[in-house]
Design a protein around this ligand. Structure first.
Ligand SMILES: Nc1ncnc2c1ncn2[C@@H]1O[C@H](COP(=O)(O)OP(=O)(O)OP(=O)(O)O)[C@@H](O)[C@H]1O
Ligand SMILES: [Mg+2]
Length: 363
C-alpha cells in the first residue's frame, strides 16, 4: 500500500551560510515529515538549527544562506524549485510562521488592525469594505479584549502577551494549512505562556491545521506535540512519538537535554551534564556584590510609572515620575543594568515618540 503524501516532507536538508570565515553548515541532512493535523515539536539547544530549518521550509533564508542539498516538499510542491510568485502566495495563505520575537515581527509604526488587513488583502481573503470587520473579528478570536479599540493600537501600546496574540492573529488570518511557531512563548510569564499555547492549539486543532512547534522547553513539547524531533549541532539526532521520547529517550543528547530541564525536587547538581560530574554548578559561584558582602546590586524604591490616556490634558508631564531621587546605594554597574527597563527609558520616553506618544508617530 502506498503511504499518503505528507503535508510537509523535508528530506536530507542541508543549509549553508557563506561567512567571512568560510562556509557554515547550519543544518545537515535533516529529515522531518508532518502529516495533516499533526503537531510536531523541534527541540534542541540554542544554535542547533531549529529556526534555520524552518526558514528553509518557508524559503526565507538570509541572503548568505542557501539550501545546499536535499528537498522540501509542501503538499507535493517542490519548494526549492517553486517560483518567487508561487512562494509569495504560499506564505501566509498556506504556511505561516510565528517568529521568535513578537515585537520585532510587528511593524512598530503601523496600527495592528491595519497589519491584519494587509495580510487579508494580500491574499484576497475579503473585499476591501469587509476587511476592517474581518480584522476586528480575528482580534476577537485571539482573545484580545476590546478588539474594536485595539484595532487602532500600535504595537508599543500593547503588552508582550498581547503582541504575541496579534502575531498569532496575523499568522492564522488566512487559515493556512501549516503553522510554524518558533518559540512562541519565549519572554512571556508562565501564566501567559499557557494561555498563548492553549490558544494556538485550540485554533489550529479547530481548523485541522498542522503545527511545527520549535521550543527549548521540553515540558511544552511533551504537553502539546504528537511527535518530537531533537536537534543537535544541525542534525536531527532522534525523532519519535512524544511519549517515547520522554519515557525512553534513545539518544544520549536527548537524555542530556532532559537532565538539564529543572523539575521539582531536582538540585543544581542533578542538572549537570552526565559527562561533567565533578564540575561546580555555575549558580553556586558567589556573585560579586560591589565589594560589600550582602549589598544588593540594584535598589529600586517607590518607582511610579504612568501612561496618559488619550485626550487627558497634561498627561505627558506625568509619563514617568520617579520619587524620591535614586538611592546612592545604586552602583554604576547597577544603574547600567537598570537602564533599559527603568531610568534610561524614563529619560528617553519623552524624546521618543514611538515609546511615549499615545498618538500616531509623526512619520
Ligand atoms: N545569517 C547567518 N549567517 C551565518 N550563520 C548563521 C546565520 N543564521 C544562522 N546561522 C547559524 O546557524 C546555526 C543555527 O541557527 P538557528 O538560528 O537555527 O539556531 P536555533 O536552534 O534556532 O537557536 P535558538 O534556540 O537560539 O533560536 C547557528 O550556529 C547560527 O549561528
Ligand atoms: Mg531559533
Amino acid at each position: 500500500m502506498t503511504e499518503p503524501v505528507p503535508l510537509l516532507d523535508v528530506s536530507d536538508l542541508t543549509v549553508e551560510f557563506s561567512t567571512r570565515r568560510g562556509i557554515v553548515r547550519a543544518v545537515q541532512h535533516v529529515n522531518v515529515k508532518i502529516a495533516k493535523g499533526e503537531t510536531v515539536g523541534i527541540v534542541g539547544e540554542s544554535g542547533s538549527g531549529k529556526s534555520v530549518t524552518s526558514y528553509a521550509v518557508m524559503r526565507i533564508l538570509d541572503r548568505a544562506g542557501r539550501i545546499a542539498e536535499g528537498a522540501v516538499h509542501f503538499t507535493g510542491l517542490d519548494i526549492r524549485a517553486a517560483s518567487e510568485d508561487q512562494m509569495r502566495s504560499l506564505r501566509g495563505r498556506e504556511m505561516s510562521m510565528i517568529f521568535q520575537n513578537p515585537r520585532a515581527a510587528l511593524n512598530p509604526i503601523r496600527k495592528v488592525g491595519h497589519q491584519i488587513e494587509d495580510v487579508l488583502e494580500q491574499h484576497s481573503q475579503a473585499d476591501s469594505s469587509a476587511v476592517t470587520d474581518k480584522a476586528i473579528e480575528i482580534l476577537d478570536q485571539v482573545r484580545i479584549a476590546r478588539p474594536r479599540e485595539r484595532y487602532h493600537a500600535y504595537p508599543f501600546e500593547l503588552s508582550g502577551g498581547m503582541c504575541q496574540r496579534v502575531v498569532i492573529a496575523l499568522a492564522l488570518a488566512c487559515r493556512p494549512q501549516l503553522l510554524i511557531a518558533d518559540e512562541p512563548t519565549t519572554g512571556l510569564d508562565v501564566t501567559t505562556q499557557k494561555t498563548v499555547m492553549d490558544l494556538i492549539v485550540e485554533l489550529t486543532k479547530e481548523r485541522g491545521m498542522s503545527t511545527i512547534l520549535i521550543t527549548h522547553d521540553l515540558g511544552l513539547a511533551a504537553t502539546y506535540c504528537d511527535r518530537v524531533a531533537v536537534m543537535e549541532k544541525g542534525h536531527v539526532v532522534e525523532s519519535a512519538p512524544s511519549r517515547q521520547i520522554f519515557t525512553a529517550p534513545s539518544h544520549a543528547y536527548t537524555r542530556k537535554l532532559m537532565r538539564a530541564t529543572p523539575r521539582p525536587g531536582a538540585s543544581l547538581r542533578d542538572l549537570l551534564p552526565e559527562d561533567e560530574p565533578g564540575a561546580t554548578p555555575a549558580a553556586a559561584v558567589p556573585v560579586a556584590t560591589n565589594g560589600k558582602a550582602g549589598a544588593p546590586l540594584l535598589v529600586v524604591e517607590k518607582l511610579v510609572k504612568e501612561y496618559p490616556r488619550k485626550g487627558v490634558a497634561g498627561g505627558f508631564k506625568q509619563i514617568f515620575q520617579r520619587k524620591p531621587a535614586p538611592s546612592r546605594r545604586c552602583s554604576a554597574r547597577s544603574t547600567a543594568s537598570a537602564s533599559p527597563s527603568t531610568a534610561a527609558r524614563a529619560s528617553a520616553s519623552s524624546a521618543n515618540p514611538v515609546a511615549a506618544s499615545p498618538r500616531p508617530p509623526p512619520w
